[in-house]
Design a protein around this ligand. Structure first.
Ligand SMILES: CC(C)(COP(=O)(O)OP(=O)(O)OC[C@H]1O[C@@H](n2cnc3c(N)ncnc32)[C@H](O)[C@@H]1OP(=O)(O)O)[C@@H](O)C(=O)NCCC(=O)NCCS
Length: 165
């Protein structure tokens, strides 16, 4: 599994992965359908410190993920996680989150990751719990989760090593 920066941002690469309305709803419930390139370009604007990644497995693009800068000190938002259906439920999601942690620590010096997940998305919720995220808030179906990177190990490096960068 490889995280490849989608830079310069090419929303066409994301559109070619998310091919059904149901999948789009899981990734981003308020996203327009069909895929709206402007909406995605705004949400992933690299000028605001956001990074979009294409997930590759065996050299083939199989998914997407993003780290967003929401202006919260030391905190990166993990967002827009997506794997093609045939690559799900095999532990790839956990490896993808571990790679995102590693990137966030070493590139941004992040001390915390945050994400949101819907309570009906059991597979994603289970994946995030396995990765060490803990629920910090709930609003209707929306669950906010966080992981303190100082407590764990990411990418084989002591957490917090990014402080030195
Ligand atoms: C969310 C996603 C990135 C997770 O990646 P993944 O590779 O499927 O996750 P993992 O295999 O690491 O972990 C999923 C866990 O949920 C379990 N699972 C699978 N289907 C499930 C279901 N219907 N209900 C509950 N758990 C389920 C898996 O068995 C696995 O647990 P295990 O390791 O104990 O067996 C991926 O499933 C995906 O792209 N889903 C569609 C888009 C989406 O939901 N994005 C997230 C928006 S917040």
């Amino acid at each position: 599994m490889e995280l490849v920066e989608n830079s310069p941002l090419d929303t066409g690469k994301i559109a070619s992965l998310i091919s059904t309305r149901d999948d789009m709803f899981l990734v981003w419930p308020i996203a327009k359908w069909p895929f709206d390139h402007r909406q995605w370009a705004e949400a992933l604007d690299p000028g605001k410190g956001n990074v979009s990644f294409i997930i590759r497995e065996g050299g083939k693009p199989v998914g997407h993920a993003a780290l967003l800068n929401k202006g919260v000190p030391d905190t990166c938002m993990v967002s827009f996680l997506y794997l093609l259906p045939e690559y799900r439920s095999q532990g790839l999601g956990r490896r993808m989150v571990a790679a995102l942690e590693d990137y966030a620590i070493h590139t941004f010096g992040a001390k915390r990751l945050r994400l949101v997940v819907r309570d009906y998305n059991s597979r994603a919720l289970k994946c995030y719990l396995h990765c060490g995220f803990k629920e910090t808030g709930r609003d209707g179906t929306l669950i906010t989760m966080e992981k303190d990177l100082q407590e764990g190990i990411a990418g084989g490096q002591p957490a917090g090593a990014g402080d030195a960068l």
